[in-house]
Design a protein around this ligand. Sequence first.
Ligand SMILES: Cc1ncsc1CCOP(=O)(O)O
Ligand SMILES: C=C1C=NC(C(F)(F)F)=NC1=N
Ligand SMILES: [Mg+2]
Length: 222
Amino acid sequence: MARISTKQLQEKLRVYFIMGSNNCQKDPFAVLTEAIEGGITLFQFREKGQGALSGKEKYDFAKELQAICRKHRIPFIVNDDVELALELDADGVHIGQEDERADLVRKKIGDKILGVSAHNLEEARRAIKQGADYLGVGPIFPTSTKEDAKEAQGVAVLRTLREHGLSIPIVGIGGITPHNTKEVIVAGADGVSVISAISLAASPRENARMLAKAVREALNKD
Ligand SMILES: Cc1ncsc1CCOP(=O)(O)O
Ligand SMILES: C=C1C=NC(C(F)(F)F)=NC1=N
Ligand SMILES: [Mg+2]
């Protein structure tokens, strides 16, 4: 299996749902199923913060989420936990600046998808050099979902990366909703990544659908 192409990844990054056991009030399997029916294009299992699962409980929970993704042909990405990603034969991993170095993770995961968080041009350039397939950039807007999130940067950081000629697939993250999605795409992101806009929605399906619609419209694909 070769590395995913830039074009394919840009298409996968359109509506990138991220969730862990503590991001939902409703049944997480129902939330993920609805999100997929609504039109998410990629899923990340991110088990962090208050009451996060660990060990076999975390493994079994992840496996169930992966089975739902597999049934609907949605790629399954694991956040932080490279060993879990390999155990599950996940489609990829996402790591932050304080996780294992991207070049070492690349050696472990072969051609699987490698996403790296970046907050500025320097971090972005280093991630690209170390073999990242895509960048997660943010928080773009204020968020209360990530306990240790940095200051919201606004969409300017996305524009800066593109103005400096970075063509790597980029997804914006942090406080994103269907109403602010357009400006994230117009500023240069290939897609939007959300947790609470879907995981805490009255209708995860409807919110996923609105996010997908907003991305399509911003890309002038409608
Ligand atoms: C994981 C992460 N990284 C930067 S902000 C964030 C949380 C995004 O959650 P939400 O979409 O609910 O703001
Ligand atoms: C902290 C994160 C930043 N970005 C992303 C993604 F959207 F996948 F790029 N995931 C994370 N867990
Ligand atoms: Mg991390």
